[in-house]
Design a protein around this ligand. Structure first.
Ligand code: FAD
Length: 455
C-alpha cells in the first residue's frame, strides 16, 4: 500500500513536535510527511521579548528545522488555500514570485498559530507594531532606540515627548513582557547614552481591556506583576483598547489620546483564512477542534496549538486550552499519537494535559513563576524560568547559544546598538505576518485546477 500523505501546516511548536513524533513512530513505507513553513527555523516565541531587549541574539531563538527534522520534507512557503474536496493544499513558495504549488494530503494538520486581528482598528495596519516574528522583534528594538537617539539630539520639543511615549495594547505575556523589558532598556539607555533625555521623560503605557495582566498567573502573582511594573514607572491603563492609531499617537476607547510613535499591538486574534476555505467553525479566532484534535465534519483534518480551540478536558466546565507553548508542544505530540492510531485502524484518544504552571521574565531579576501551582518571584523564579526555557529548546546547540547570550549580557550589559532596520524598511503588522497572502475562498478551486496534479 502507498504511504499515507500527511501535510502539516505550520513549523511552530505544535507542528514540529507532531512531525518529530511521526518520524519516530511511523516507517517511511507507512507515511510521507510534509511540513509547510515560511520560516527555516522553529521560532521560540516566549524568548522574543528578550531579542527585542537585546539580551539574546536573534539566531539563538530560532532552531533550524533541518536540525530538528530528519525525513520530513520541509516545504518553504505559506499555505494560502485548502480544498477539502480534492484534498489539496495550495502553497505560495515566496512572497515576491507568487509561484504556487499544490500538495495532496490524506491527513491534514493545521498548526499555523494565531493571526493578529488588525482590521478593526483604523490606522493599526499602517502605524502599529507587532511582536510575532523575529524580524518584528529586531525592528521594534531598532525603532525604540532610534526614538531615543533622535530625542537626545533635538531636546525639549513636543515631538520628543511623542517619541518618548511608548504604548503597548494587550497585557498577555507578549505585551507585558515586551513592555517590561523594553522600558528597562529605555531607562538604562537614557541614563548611560543619552543624558539629554531624562529617564522621567520615557513613559511606557500598558493598555488592557480587562483589569488583570497575564490572567494565567493567578491573582497573587498577577498583583505582584502589577507592582513591579508600577515601580518601574509603567502606567497600566485598564478597561480600554485602541480605537484609532495615527502616525502621532493612539486614541483609546476611553477617549484618551496618547501622543506616541510606538504603538505595539499584541491584542486580539483573527481566524485563519484557511478555516473559511475548509468551512470550519471558529471560536474567538480559533478553529473549533474536538478533544481528539480532529476538526468536526472534516474527515482527515486536524487542528491544534494557538490556531485551535481544543476542549480543556483537565479543567472541564466547557473551557478551552489556553494558547500557550506548553499546550502547543503537548498537543503536537498527542496528535502524532492520534495520527499513528488512525493509520493503524485504532481509535484516537482525547487530549488531556493539566496545566503545569507558567514562567514570566520581566527583565533583570524580576521574574515570576508558578511551577505546579507554587508561586515564586525574584531570583528563584528567574532560575525556574531560565531552566524551563533551556529544557524546552529542542537542541543542545540552541541551549548553548541562549545560555552563552545570557552570560555575556549578564556580564557586559546592553550595548544599545541599532542595526539600522528602522531607517530603511516600511513595516506593517500584516506584512510581517503575511496575513494578506491568502487566496479568497471562492478562488481556491480554480487555482487548484490550474495547478493540476501535485509535483
Ligand atoms: C512574544 C510572545 C511571547 C510569548 N510568551 C509565552 C510564554 O512565556 N509562555 C507560553 O506558554 N507561551 C508564550 N507565548 C505563546 C506561545 O508562543 C504560543 O502559544 C505558541 O507559540 C503556539 O504554538 P503554535 O505551534 O500553535 O504556533 P506558533 O509557534 O505561532 O507557530 C506557527 C507557525 O506556523 C507558521 N504559519 C502561519 N501561517 C502559516 C501558513 N498559512 N502556512 C504555513 N505556515 C504558517 C508560522 O510562521 C509559525 O512558524 C508567547 C507568544 C508571543 C508572541
Amino acid at each position: 500500500m502507498a504511504p499515507a500523505k500527511i501535510v502539516i501546516i505550520g513549523g511552530g511548536f505544535a507542528g514540529v513536535e507532531c512531525a518529530r513524533y511521526l518520524e519516530r513512530c511511523l516507517r517511511p513505507e507507512e507515511a510521507f510527511i510534509q511540513l509547510v513553513s515560511p520560516d527555516a527555523g522553529l521560532l521560540y516565541l516566549p524568548l522574543l521579548p528578550q531579542v527585542a531587549s537585546g539580551t539574546l541574539n536573534p539566531r539563538s531563538v530560532s532552531v533550524p528545522l533541518r536540525r530538528l527534522l530528519r525525513r520530513t520534507e520541509v516545504v518553504p512557503g505559506m499555505a494560502v488555500g485548502v480544498e477539502p474536496g480534492t484534498r489539496r493544499v495550495v502553497v505560495r513558495r515566496t512572497r515576491t514570485s507568487g509561484r504556487e504549488t499544490a500538495l495532496e494530503y490524506d491527513q491534514l494538520v493545521l498548526a499555523p498559530g494565531s493571526i493578529t486581528r488588525i482590521m478593526d482598528v483604523p490606522g493599526l495596519q499602517e502605524h502599529g507594531f507587532g511582536m510575532k516574528t523575529l524580524a518584528e522583534a529586531m525592528y521594534l528594538r531598532d525603532h525604540v532606540l532610534r526614538q531615543l537617539d533622535i530625542a537626545a539630539v533635538r531636546g525639549g520639543l513636543d515631538e520628543d515627548q511623542e517619541r518618548l511615549n511608548f504604548v503597548t495594547i494587550g497585557a498577555g505575556y507578549a505585551g507585558t513582557e515586551t513592555a517590561a523589558v523594553l522600558n528597562k532598556v529605555c531607562r538604562a539607555a537614557a541614563g548611560r547614552f543619552f543624558p539629554e533625555v531624562e529617564s522621567g521623560m520615557v513613559r511606557w503605557h500598558l493598555v488592557t481591556r480587562g483589569d488583570r495582566i497575564m490572567p494565567e498567573l493567578g491573582d497573587k502573582l498577577g498583583a505582584e506583576a502589577k507592582r513591579i511594573l508600577a515601580e518601574r514607572g509603567i502606567e497600566l491603563i485598564t478597561g480600554a483598547s485602541a480605537a484609532e492609531v495615527t502616525a502621532n499617537g493612539v486614541k483609546l476607547t476611553n477617549g484618551r489620546f496618547i501622543p506616541s510613535r510606538t504603538v505595539l499591538w499584541t491584542a486580539g486574534v483573527a481566524p485563519s483564512p484557511l478555516a473559511a476555505h475548509l468551512g470550519a467553525e471558529t471560536d474567538k479566532g480559533r478553529i473549533i477542534a474536538q478533544a481528539d484534535l480532529s476538526v468536526p465534519g472534516l474527515p482527515g483534518v486536524w487542528a491544534m496549538g494557538d490556531a485551535a480551540a481544543v476542549p480543556d478536558t483537565a479543567e472541564g466546565d466547557g473551557q478551552v486550552c489556553a494558547p500557550t507553548a506548553q499546550h502547543a508542544m503537548r498537543q503536537g505530540r498527542h496528535l502524532g499519537k492520534n495520527l499513528v492510531a488512525t493509520l493503524r485502524g485504532e481509535t484516537p484518544a482525547p487530549y488531556r494535559h493539566p496545566d503545569l504552571g507558567m514562567v514570566v521574565d520581566l527583565g533583570g531579576r524580576d521574574a515570576l513563576a508558578r511551577p505546579l501551582g507554587v508561586g515564586l518571584r525574584g531570583v528563584p523564579a528567574q532560575f525556574v524560568a531560565r531552566g524551563y526555557h533551556l529544557m524546552a529548546l529542542r537542541t543542545i546547540v540552541a541551549r548553548a547559544r541562549v545560555a552563552f547570550d545570557w552570560a555575556v549580557h549578564g556580564l557586559a550589559g546592553d550595548d544599545f546598538l541599532r542595526i539600522g532596520y528602522a531607517d530603511h524598511k516600511v513595516h506593517t503588522i500584516g506584512g510581517f505576518e503575511q496575513s494578506g497572502c491568502y487566496l479568497p475562498a471562492d478562488e481556491v478551486p480554480r487555482v487548484v485546477k490550474e495547478l493540476g496534479d501535485p509535483e
